[in-house]
Each structure stands twice: as structure tokens, then as C-alpha cells.
Write a protein that binds this ligand. Structure first.
Ligand code: ZN
Length: 525
């Protein structure tokens, strides 16, 4: 039976690898040309091989003109070996040095330092259609075949075989480990197409005019255009084999040309770096600040930190997030504000601790005295959620330079210390009303301490619940924050300068000193 099937499939123009797929073979080893030739030699030498393989080997051997269809496309053309009607040449060229070089070059060009890669393949739209048609013809001729599963899995098996043959060869070429059967962080995605693909697919989708019109209305489902894999799949599953055979009385024609690579892309999963920053400037916003189209301030904490890192990591882009933020005129002191940066499609991902230190220094030097970062480290994606979690529960410490219109007695300032857990009603401040909804929220001032500088100036130290509007607590925001410092002291107060001190953080402290001493100790030994 296999011999008859092989003869039929070979006759209509299937390559030997495709024939194996139609026969239900899916194990990768059957598909390498080495295995194939070994099998033939063994058969020729009369050696005992597995019976199934033996029949297969001999039927293939008798039906194939050597292995002419294994060689690369250009050679194919010269030797007039037809492009396979089923795989459009994909399986015929998967051991061709030309193909492997093209794919390896694409990876090399990207200059990624990932140590392993996975492989994705997308097929020309017309390919599943061709396979469907061949199956219909095959089953018409051999009606008692039990092949539901083989038929259902055909496209998946074809992709697996292609990957399993191509992957290891690229791996040798680029010196990265090929990981099969799963998606790893670094993925090479190969999109293939065929010059006649669109035309052939259009013939198919036009079969049912009513359906086509209906689908043209389903703009959301077919938002990427009507000619999608899903549409082809849906159409094929709706038209029975009988109708297919009626409309297409012949198996697919032998294509004039083989498939081509439409796009080869390398992508790496995002890299997450975390750390803390201190900000020593009162004219630096945390993120680029635009009012309408106009930019205010020519730099930002985000850019000062991310741009040099992006350059070293060679990422496509980045997304900066931090645990809270301070106003443009507020310095950020203490242990520093925790931040996380997601670098998209990073080309460099392998850093040792020393290089991390170098990166950190790069940022600190290039940002002048405006921003300093510390504890820069790689974190997992799942740990990034810690940044936002518990942001509200955190206590914040502030130091503010304040001014009062009236002289304030030192005792009055001292009395502030007796205030504990003062609950404020804060109406959305006027200064942020343009971007935040109007509401009243409760925030707690846990403790207050003040140091007199002279009669009208004093330094204020506050521990508050995160999210408290400090400036408004001091000047009252026209009575929108109650109680406020002015109402407590019985004098009009205002704030001249504010520093925030971040104390707690989920980001691990990197003990550079201990690391250095440990290293010195090993050197000393
Ligand atoms: Zn083929």
C-alpha cells in the first residue's frame, strides 16, 4: 500500500519528505537526508532494518530520482527538479547551505548575545490549501485510508520537521544552542510566502460568495484582512472534500517558483533592570514633560537613567516606571526611589556584576550631579509588580524649607511634635486639577517635627502616608486641604523647597564594599 501511495504522491509532484508526512511519519530522524541515504544503503546491502522502514526505504528509493529534490533551489532550477506541490520547496531546501546561511546571517546581523534560540515559522497562505487539496485527491483514490489524525496534524508536522532540520544547522553556524519544542527568550521568526499564494487563496475564498460578503462585514474578526490563516482554515473546514474535488478536479499544479522568505526577525524577550535613584535637582521632571506640544525642561530623570543604559544594552526601546514620583522642584534623597526599566528587544543580556557596576557608573557620570543611581540589578518580570504593590502603604519622609508671614514662637514649632497620625482631607490640588479628577481623599500625617531657622523660616520634617500632598498641607491650597500647617500654627505658611526621602524598598542592596573586600581577600590568598 505504501508503495502505491508513494508512487501516486511522487507522480503528482510531492517531494520525498512530504510523501513521508502523507504516509504518517513524523519522527524527525526519518527526514534527514543522512538517515535516508543510510536507509537506502542498508537496504541495498541487504541488512536487516525495521520492517516498516524497509518498505518505506525501498518504496522511496524506487520512486525518487536519487535525492535530486533535496538540493537547494538554484541547483534545483539548473537540474530542472520541480518545486514540490505540497511544501512549495520548504522541505526540499531545508538542508541547503544557501537557506541556512540566509537565516544564520539574519541572526548574526542582529548581534544578540543570547546563548540559545527557538525558531518560529509561518507558511504561505496557499500552502494549507494545497495540502488540503492533495489529501482530498489522495482519499478519493485510496478511499479506505485511515488518516484523520495524520491529515489533521499535517501542517503542524511539516513545521516541526522544518524546524528540527533547520534549527540544528543554524545552531552550528551561529554557535548558539537550538531549543526545540518551546519558545525561549530569543526567538528567530521566519515568515515565508509564495509568489502565487495570494492568487491561489483568493480563488478559494471566492468559492462561497455569501460567506465572503458576510466576512467582509466582520471587520473586527478579520481586521488584518480577509486573507488570513484563520479564514483559509475556516473556509476549508466548511467546504467538504466533495465540493473541493468538484471545483478543483486536479491536484495542485507544479509551481513555477518556490517559496521565498518574506521576513526574518529576531526578537528577544524584555530585560528588566531595577535600582534606586536620588535626584539632586529642583529643575528636573521625572519623565519628559510636555505642555501641549511644547517641551518643558530639556531633560528628565527617566532619560538621564535610561538613555545610556539603552545604548549599552542595545535595546529597541524602554519603559521606565518607579515607585511613586516627585515633583519637578522636589529633590529625592535618602535611599533613593526604586525604579524598574523594561528594555524591549535587548541585544545584550549577559552582564556580570562588574559590568553592572560599570553601567551604573556610566549613568552617574553622564547625568552630572543631577541624578545618581545605585543597586542596579537584573530582576525577573514577576518581581516588577513589587514596585507598584504596596506603594500606597508606604510611609514617606519629607524635609521642607518653610516660610511664615508671621513670626512663629519656637514653642509653637516644638508643639508640632505632639501631633500624631493627623488625618487630612485633601481636595485635589489646584495645580494638578487639569490632569486628575476632583475628589477629596484622606491621607495621614504620622508625625511632624520642626526646627526654627529664624523668626519666619523653619525646617519641617514630616512622616506621612504615601500620596499625601505635602505642599498643600503646608500652604492649605486655599482651604482645600484641612487641617493644614497654617491652620495649626495660626499663620499663613508656604513652602520654599521640598526634599523627599525614600526609606524602604523591595530592591536588594548591593553591597559593593563587601564584594570588593571579598575579592581582595581571594586575591590575597
Ligand atoms: Zn514537499
Amino acid at each position: 500500500m505504501e508503495s502505491e501511495l508513494t508512487s501516486y504522491l511522487s507522480g503528482i509532484g510531492c517531494c520525498w519528505r512530504c510523501i513521508l508526512v502523507y504516509l504518517g511519519y513524523s519522527k524527525q530522524e526519518y527526514f534527514s537526508s543522512n538517515h535516508h541515504s543510510n536507509l537506502e544503503t542498508e537496504i541495498l546491502n541487504g541488512e536487516t532494518v525495521d520492517m516498516k522502514e524497509k518498505t518505506l526505504g525501498s518504496s522511496l528509493a524506487s520512486n525518487m530520482t536519487n535525492k535530486m529534490d533535496i538540493i537547494s533551489a538554484s541547483v534545483c532550477k539548473k537540474l530542472r527538479v520541480s518545486v514540490c506541490i505540497s511544501c512549495l520547496g520548504l522541505l526540499q531546501t531545508c538542508e541547503s547551505t544557501e537557506v541556512i546561511k540566509k537565516l544564520s546571517d539574519a541572526v548574526r546581523e542582529g548581534d544578540f548575545d543570547a546563548k540559545s534560540f527557538s525558531l518560529g515559522l509561518s507558511l504561505p497562505l496557499s500552502l494549507p490549501f494545497r495540502i488540503h487539496l492533495i489529501w482530498a485527491h489522495l482519499l478519493k483514490k485510496f478511499s479506505d485510508l485511515q488518516v484523520e489524525e495524520t491529515r489533521r496534524n499535517h501542517v503542524g508536522v511539516l513545521k516541526d520537521i522544518w524546524r528540527s532540520l533547520v534549527g540544528p544547522q543554524i545552531s552550528l553556524d551561529i554557535d548558539k544552542e537550538y531549543v526545540s519544542g518551546q519558545l525561549v527568550d530569543f526567538n528567530l521568526v521566519v515568515q515565508t510566502d509564495h509568489p502565487d499564494s495570494e492568487e491561489e487563496s483568493l480563488i478559494l475564498v471566492k468559492i462561497d460568495d455569501q460567506k465572503l460578503k458576510l466576512r467582509q462585514k466582520q471587520t473586527r474578526k478579520y481586521s488584518e484582512g480577509l486573507l488570513t490563516n484563520q479564514f483559509i482554515k475556516d473556509t476549508l473546514s466548511e467546504i467538504g472534500d466533495e465540493k473541493v474535488l468538484h471545483i478543483f478536479p486536479d491536484p495542485p499544479s507544479v509551481p513555477n517558483e518556490q517559496f521565498f522568505f518574506k521576513q526574518i526577525t529576531c526578537t528577544h524577550a524584555s530585560l528588566y533592570l531595577a535600582g534606586r535613584y536620588n535626584k539632586y535637582s529642583r529643575t528636573l521632571p521625572q519623565t519628559p514633560w510636555f505642555v501641549s506640544e511644547d517641551r518643558r525642561f530639556n531633560s528628565s530623570v527617566q532619560e538621564l537613567i535610561c538613555e545610556p543604559l539603552k545604548k549599552s544594552i542595545r535595546s529597541e526601546g524602554y519603559k521606565f516606571s518607579s515607585s511613586g514620583r516627585e515633583d519637578v522642584d522636589v529633590r529625592c534623597l535618602g535611599r533613593g526611589r526604586p525604579f524598574v526599566i523594561e528594555f524591549t528587544n535587548p541585544h545584550r543580556i549577559h552582564f556580570d556584576d562588574d559590568f553592572m557596576q560599570v553601567l551604573q557608573e556610566e549613568v552617574n557620570i553622564s547625568s552630572g550631579d543631577l541624578v545618581r543611581i545605585k543597586d542596579l540589578q537584573i530582576i525577573n518580570k514577576k518581581d516588577t509588580s513589587n514596585l507598584k504593590e504596596g506603594e500606597d502603604e508606604k510611609t514617606k519622609s519629607y524635609c521642607a524649607l518653610c516660610f511664615s508671614t508671621k513670626s512663629i514662637q519656637p514653642e509653637a514649632l516644638e508643639n508640632l511634635q505632639t501631633i500624631k497620625d493627623l488625618v487630612l482631607d485633601q481636595m485635589t490640588p489646584l495645580r494638578v486639577l487639569h490632569r486628575r479628577p476632583l475628589s477629596v481623599r484622606k491621607r495621614v500625617v504620622h508625625s511632624i517635627r520642626a526646627e526654627s531657622i529664624d523668626e519666619k523660616f523653619f525646617r519641617l520634617f514630616l512622616n506621612t502616608q504615601a500620596g499625601t500632598y505635602i505642599k498643600e498641607f503646608v500652604h492649605g491650597d486655599f482651604g482645600r486641604t484641612t487641617p493644614n500647617l497654617g491652620s495649626i500654627l495660626g499663620a499663613k505658611c508656604d513652602i520654599i523647597a521640598l526634599d523627599v526621602e525614600v526609606k524602604k524598598s523591595f530592591i536588594a542592596v548591593i553591597d559593593v564594599y563587601n564584594k570588593c573586600t571579598a575579592r581582595l581577600a581571594t586575591i590575597a590568598k
